[in-house]
Write a protein that binds this ligand. Structure first.
Ligand SMILES: *Cc1c(COP(=O)(O)O)cnc(C)c1O
Length: 402
């Protein structure tokens, strides 16, 4: 009996990849071993985070870094760092920002559910640009001048959400930000792989960048990375770490926290709710090493074999299959199952998706393109044993449409 069954919970076949709703990425054995070993010994958290800072700094080409409780937590901590800086009084005050600037500029088309994490620190958004392509009323995306036009004395920083397609480009936004001395916080949670992005995104000059640890890096689902400027990472660190020590005794590692730059010794900060355990930190650092070494690249071939087997099984049904293998040598392949035509109306994708979730064991395929009649299979969280079961279920539900 599995540990989940012991508590009455049924395991599923996750064909959606590392999504948080379904528990994130599978941790490699090396990462799990490190997690277990770390749990059996004790170290002070600020010393461990200082070691993590060095490791992350070298992986990301930044001055410093921090292991956070996910990328969303990194957004809250990054915003808190930009709002408070090294001012202990401001740290104490957050999320209330009476008396100091707290507005973050954000492109209207960058807004998403994770921006709650930025507002949680006390930031208030000022939207720039339009979303006229989605509204069907225009052809233009947000432009850099629109950020510049919105800057006021109340502006504290800029939130930029990075995707391969985000506009304006990050370098264009950085140019405006540098001219006006405004810090930029970048949400790059899902921008790995390619691993080159670990360095390429901070290399734009972005002051703070957030990456998820529980997606393609395959660390614990509850981890992330905040990397960037030393003074801002220091502010984030003191606002997250447990601060229950005497000012007379507190001697944090200077590489992470330079006491002489703080206006006082803060008490628990706004990020204390976002704590990370020593096991999670060690596991994330171990996973980051694997990710950076290219250890996951060889999985692509096995994944490709699995997806081919599923596509073969669906031959003769009304669905058409397409396998995409990005040419960066790193990103895993995906299988798109397209429903179209009289026998396979595209609206049926919703029903197939619903039926799959009700199957035994339940199957979750990626649901982002159901409107286009597409079910997408991501291989990262599949197992060798699950592949034929998944193929049979898909065949059964799609065949039933006729
Ligand atoms: C996944 C994601 C997040 C949240 O990351 P967590 O590590 O789950 O906290 C934030 N922003 C974007 C764009 C994401 O894709």
């Amino acid at each position: 009996m599995s540990c989940y069954e012991r508590f009455g919970v049924t395991e599923i076949i996750n064909a959606s990849g590392s999504v948080t709703r379904l528990g994130g990425a599978p941790m490699p054995a090396t990462v799990l071993d490190a997690f277990r070993e770390a749990a059996g010994a004790t170290v002070p958290l600020e010393i461990l985070q200082a070691a993590a800072a060095e490791k992350i700094a070298s992986a990301c080409g930044t001055e410093s870094g921090l292991v956070t409780a996910g990328s969303a937590a990194a957004l809250t901590l990054g915003a808190a760092a930009i709002l408070a800086g090294t001012d202990a009084g401001r740290m104490e005050q957050l999320p209330h920002c009476d008396g100091f600037p707290n507005e973050f500029l954000v492109a209207r088309e960058h807004r998403n559910g994770y921006d709650h994490a930025v507002r949680a620190a006390g930031a208030r958004f000022v939207e720039v640009g339009m979303n006229e392509i989605v509204s069907g009323a225009g052809v233009r995306r947000t432009e850099a001048w629109e950020y510049e036009a919105a800057i006021t004395p109340q502006t504290a920083g800029i939130l930029y959400v990075k995707t391969p397609d985000s506009r304006p480009s990050l370098p264009e936004v950085m140019e405006v930000a540098r001219k006006h001395n405004l810090p930029v916080l970048v949400d790059a949670a899902g921008e790995l792989p390619p691993r080159e992005n670990l360095k390429a995104i901070p290399a734009t000059g972005a002051d703070l960048v957030c990456f998820s640890g529980g997606k393609a890096v395959r660390g614990p689902q509850s981890t992330g990375i905040l990397c960037g400027r030393r003074d801002l990472v220091m502010s984030a660190a003191v606002q997250m770490l447990d601060m229950d020590d005497h000012p007379e005794l507190w001697e944090p590692p200077e590489s992470l926290i330079d006491r002489s730059r703080l206006s006082g010794m803060p008490r628990h900060g706004i990020g204390r709710t976002l704590k990370v355990s020593k096991e999670e930190i060690i596991a994330l650092l171990t996973a980051l090493d694997l990710f950076c070494s290219g250890a996951y690249d060889s999985d692509r071939e096995r994944f490709h074999g699995w997806l081919t087997a599923i596509a073969d099984r669906l031959e003769g049904t009304c669905a058409t299959c397409r396998i995409d293998l990005p040419d960066n040598g790193q990103t895993p392949p995906t299988l798109t199952i397209h429903l179209a035509g009289a026998a396979c109306p595209r609206e049926a994708a919703w029903e197939v998706c619903r039926q799959l979730r009700k199957a035994s064991p339940p199957v979750y395929v990626s649901h982002g393109r159901l409107d286009q009649g597409e079910l997408v299979v991501y291989p990262l969280c599949l197992t060798e044993a699950a592949v034929p079961v998944l193929a049979d279920r898909l065949h059964e539900k799609i065949s039933a449409l006729k």
